[in-house]
Write a new protein. Sequence first.
Length: 280
Amino acid sequence: MEILDKFLEDKYQKKRAIIIAIFVAVFLLFVFLLYSWLKPAPSCFDEKKNQNETGVDCGGVCAIKCAIVAQDLTSQESGFVESGIAGKLDLYARVSNPNSTFGSKKFQYEFKLFDSAGSVVATKKGVSYILPAESKYVVENNVEINGVPSRIEFNILDRDWSEFVDYYERPQLKIVNKTYGQINSGIGFSEAKGLLKNESVFNFNTIRLDIILKDANDSVIALNSTEMNTVKSGENRDFRALWLNRFPGEVMNVEVQAGVNIFESDTFIKQYFVPGKYKP
C-alpha cells in the first residue's frame, strides 16, 4: 500500500512540474509578444545603436553624421635649402597621417623662419592633402626671405578629414630609372631624370612630382618640383628636373614623390570612398 501511495505521489509531482513548466513557458511567450507589440520602433533618438546606424543615433539612416575620431597629423622634420635664386629659399616638411581610414582633403600649414635673434624673416602658408596612412613631403619653392634664417618652424593650422568607408587603394604611381648628375654642357648645373609609370586604372589630369636630393646622412640638400598633365592609365612618362646653380653637399640619394589629389576627382572619389566631413 505504501509503495502504491509513493508511486501515485511521484506521478502527481511530475505531472504538477510539467503543468508549471507549461504555464511558465506560456507566460514568458505572452510577455515577449506583449513587449514586442508595445516597444517603440527603432529611431534616431532612442539612445541606442540599432537599425543600420554606424554609431548611437548617428550615421546610416540617421541624418546626423557620426563624429569622426581621427589622430592628428604629425611632422617629423622640417628645413630649408638654397633655391638657386638670391634672397629665396626652398622649404620642406615631412607630414605623416597615422590614420588608416581617414585622409585629409585639405590641411592648412605654415612655415616660419627665424634669424639668430628670434625675429621672423619669412612666413609661408599653404594648403595640401594627404591620403590614409601616408607620409609625404610638403615642399614650397622659392620663398622670399628678409634676413639670414637660423631655424624653421612648421605648423599644421587646420585639417578637413574624410573617411574612406568603402574599398580604397592608393593610386599606383611608380618612379623607376631615377638618375642624378651634373650637366657638362648646356644650361644648368645638374639634373634629375626618371620614368613615371601610371599603373592605376584612372587617367589623371595633373600629377605633381617633388624631387628631394639627399646626402650620405639622409639630410635634404636640394629640392625641385614639376608637374605632368594628362597622364593616362598604363602610360609611362619621362620627367626631368633642372638645377640652374650649384648647391652645397654631395648627392647620394634621389627621392621622387609622385602625388595626385584624388579629392578633386569626382570619378575617382565615387569609386573609392564615401567622404564623411569632420573639422575639429
